[in-house]
Design a protein around this ligand. Structure first.
Ligand code: UD1
Length: 348
């Protein structure tokens, strides 16, 4: 039973880490492919080190291209690796260009696809990620959904076979990270911060950075928030480059280089609030029970809004009362995924 995993962007390293461990424990062989989409030491290597992800068998070194060129080159190289390794299943994560490239390469070779984080929808087709999600789900054999909302989204598109609600693998990673970061991460000392006296922000989405008027609106929003609570912002390379090029750096916001996973988990764990356009950070904020404002006009993670832990920047208030979100599971999503894969492969 041989699983071929395609990852390439930072959030995928975070999601794949516990699943890789669970696959090994379930006795499944895994070949790991890094597309190269994220390539800086602090966007890639540090996650492999800190999260104990095995070194990839292939690094395709495809990055820094337009969406079509990036996806196309990945597709070609993944296909070649698949023909060489002949796996029983291809496993992909989330909604990036690496995800759709892995899904398409496998589908064209008639290799079944397992999609972790299936069924998420923002219903905004202008997002490259939304297109990647919809297309990926429609060629997947196993749809491993984090929530019941995701299961319902798939049903509305006619996808009901191979659908499993398994919980959120990022919760598995968070539990592990908090245990390891406690007493080990020096990030608060390094930034001279004390718990609950600062907020964390991240900003990288194309829809926020590529339109200068929108980018300015987001920065003004953060500046207004920073008047109450200072903000620390680990900057994605795209955002850092943009700020350097325009010379526009928001007042009250301390920009720092991207952080490794343990430092980021600890920084967020001790923050009083989070501001982000990342999908993952919205959930991680909830896992750490830190209120979050999402710097987007919609979110795929609607449970976080309903539970009062997250609000869109266009909303005035959090839903009340605050409550827990059972859908995300108990930290065993990766074990459930490994069991489903093993059973599926055993039946073939
Ligand atoms: C990608 C995903 C997005 C995800 C994000 C997580 C797509 C369509 N988008 O967006 O869903 O939320 O990853 O971070 O796949 N760069 C570097 N060093 C790096 C990585 C990127 O300099 O290690 C630069 C690239 O050269 C490029 C820019 O950052 O100029 C954007 O990178 P790219 O991989 O195209 O997309 P992300 O914005 O990271």
């Amino acid at each position: 039973m041989h699983v071929f995993t395609v990852i390439g962007a930072r959030p995928q390293f975070i999601k794949a880490a516990p699943v890789s461990r669970a696959l090994a424990q379930a006795g499944l062989k895994e070949t790991l492919v890094h597309t190269g989409q994220h390539f800086d030491a602090m966007m890639s290597d540090v996650f492999f080190d800190e999260l104990g992800i095995p070194a990839p068998t292939y690094n395709l070194e495809v990055n820094s291209l337009g969406h079509g060129a990036m996806t196309g080159r990945m597709l070609e190289k993944i296909e070649a690796a698949l023909i060489e390794t002949r796996p029983d299943m291809v496993m992909i994560y989330g909604d990036t260009n690496s995800t759709i490239a892995g899904a398409l390469a496998a589908a064209k070779l008639h290799i079944p696809v397992a999609h972790v984080e299936a069924g998420l929808r923002s219903f905004n087709r202008r997002m490259p990620e939304e297109v990647n999600r919809v297309l990926t789900d429609h060629v997947s054999a196993l749809l491993l959904c984090p929530t019941q909302t995701a299961v319902d989204n798939l049903a509305r598109e006619g996808i009901t076979q191979g659908v499993h609600a398994v919980g959120d693998v990022m919760y598995d990673t968070t539990i592990d990270a908090v245990a390891r970061a406690r007493g080990r991460s020096k990030i608060l000392d390094r930034l001279a911060l004390t718990p609950r006296t600062y907020a964390v922000a991240t900003l990288h989405r194309a829809e926020n950075t590529d339109d200068s008027a929108r980018f300015e609106q987001v920065l003004a929003f953060l500046e207004a928030r920073a008047k109450d609570t200072p903000i620390v912002m680990p900057a994605h390379p795209r955002t850092a480059k943009l700020m350097a090029a325009t010379g526009r750096s928001p007042a009250g916001v301390t920009l720092i280089d991207p952080l490794g996973y343990l430092d980021m988990a600890w920084l967020l764990h001790n923050a009083s609030a989070a501001f982000t356009d990342s999908g993952g950070l919205q959930k991680e904020a909830y896992f750490h029970r830190v209120p979050c404002v999402t710097l987007r006009d919609e979110t795929e993670w609607v449970e976080t809004l309903e539970a009062g832990w997250n609000r869109l920047w266009t909303q005035d208030a959090f839903a009340s009362p605050r409550r827990d979100i059972p859908d995300y599971g108990t930290g065993d999503a990766s074990v459930r995924i490994a069991t489903i894969l093993r059973d599926h492969l055993a039946q073939r």
